[in-house]
Design a protein around this ligand. Structure first.
Ligand SMILES: C[S@@+](CC[C@H](N)C(=O)[O-])C[C@H]1O[C@@H](n2cnc3c(N)ncnc32)[C@H](O)[C@@H]1O
Length: 295
């Protein structure tokens, strides 16, 4: 464990083990919160740890690098840094918009994938739920230990499968992929799942995404995509979408591909949401953070 963590973290974990007080995932999270966000995240990124059998039994297992790379393009420390940037921005902007802290709030991760942010937002609250339209993604979250926190949604949802409304809702790297029909429906479904005054954080791609595709450094093959047309769509319509499978090897998926959209388009189409604030992390340039408030 000394090879993985600094001394203060090792001492903290040994103390928690010695007390033997972690019987549930919630008490496991609670035992780590006093470490602060990034050490909290680092411990979760390395679970299970052989020397901490009690904690490892209740905390979620970290997903394998091959899955995190396929779902989110990075693994290990780089993934942790990119992820923590978003979490810190959400915490700061939630407080600026509402005047309250994220602590103990009811939180929803829309398109939760393998549960990367189910882990990290547990720094603030034990009430962090996830929803995703793909069984394969939900399977990875369940395998990590989030079985009782994740539910299935429709690709073009009318509503989301929760009875109690949320204070904070977020969706990282999901609106960067959805069709226009799915985007409009998902924003409306999220509004029905939100309390009045709740905050929604989504990520969107800037127009430069299509230029980066042309440079050949994304998962897309530029030679098979008409990026000039997509840039025109972004400029003229405000929404550009390249459906997955349209020209690649994978099977077409009508509502999933690659998407860029403008703030103007969002303002006109995100009914019941008001644009409040913007942010971005320059270590993950293709994810612009947009904060909306439920009105
Ligand atoms: C690039 S991954 C991001 C996963 C997760 N948000 C993260 O950042 O770690 C995109 C996720 O969107 C999910 N997804 C695809 N279509 C969706 C839809 N229509 N509604 C909700 N989730 C969807 C996929 O299953 C996948 O988990």
């Amino acid at each position: 464990m000394q090879n993985i963590f600094d001394e203060h973290v090792v001492e903290h974990l040994i103390g928690v083990e010695a007390r033997g007080a972690c019987l549930t995932m919630e008490t496991g999270f609670e035992a780590l919160r006093s470490l602060g966000l990034e050490d909290f995240a680092d411990v979760l990124w390395n679970m299970p740890v052989a020397e901490t059998p009690n904690l490892s039994a209740v905390l979620p297992k970290m997903t394998s690098d091959d899955v995190t790379i396929t779902w989110t393009g990075a693994a290990g420390h780089r993934l942790l840094q990119q992820s923590v940037s978003f979490v810190r921005s959400c915490s700061e902007n939630y407080t600026t918009i509402t005047g309250q802290s994220l602590q103990d709030k009811r939180i929803l991760d829309f398109g939760c994938g393998y549960g990367r942010f189910l882990r990290l937002f547990s720094f603030y609250s034990n009430d962090v739920q996830g929803v995703d339209a793909w069984e394969l993604s939900l399977g990875h979250s369940r395998e990590a230990g989030f079985g009782d926190r994740v539910r299935k949604s429709d690709a073009v949802p009318c509503s989301l499968p929760f009875d109690e409304p949320f204070d904070f809702l977020f969706s990282f790297s999901v609106f960067t992929h959805l069709s226009e029909a799915s985007t409009v429906a998902s924003l409306a479904a999220l509004r029905t799942a939100a309390k009045k005054g709740a905050v929604l954080a989504i990520t969107i791609r800037p127009i430069e995404f299509w230029t980066v595709v042309n440079e050949g450094i994304t998962h897309l093959d530029a030679s098979k995509i008409d990026t000039r047309r997509l840039i025109e769509y972004h400029k003229n319509v405000g929404f550009a979408y390249h459906v997955q499978g349209a020209t690649e090897e994978s099977l077409p998926n009508e509502h999933y591909g690659d998407t860029s959209l403008t703030l103007d388009w969002l303002t006109k189409n995100a009914l019941g949401w008001q644009l409040e604030r913007l942010d971005r992390s320059l270590n993950d340039r293709q994810q612009r953070y947009v904060f909306l408030r439920a009105v």
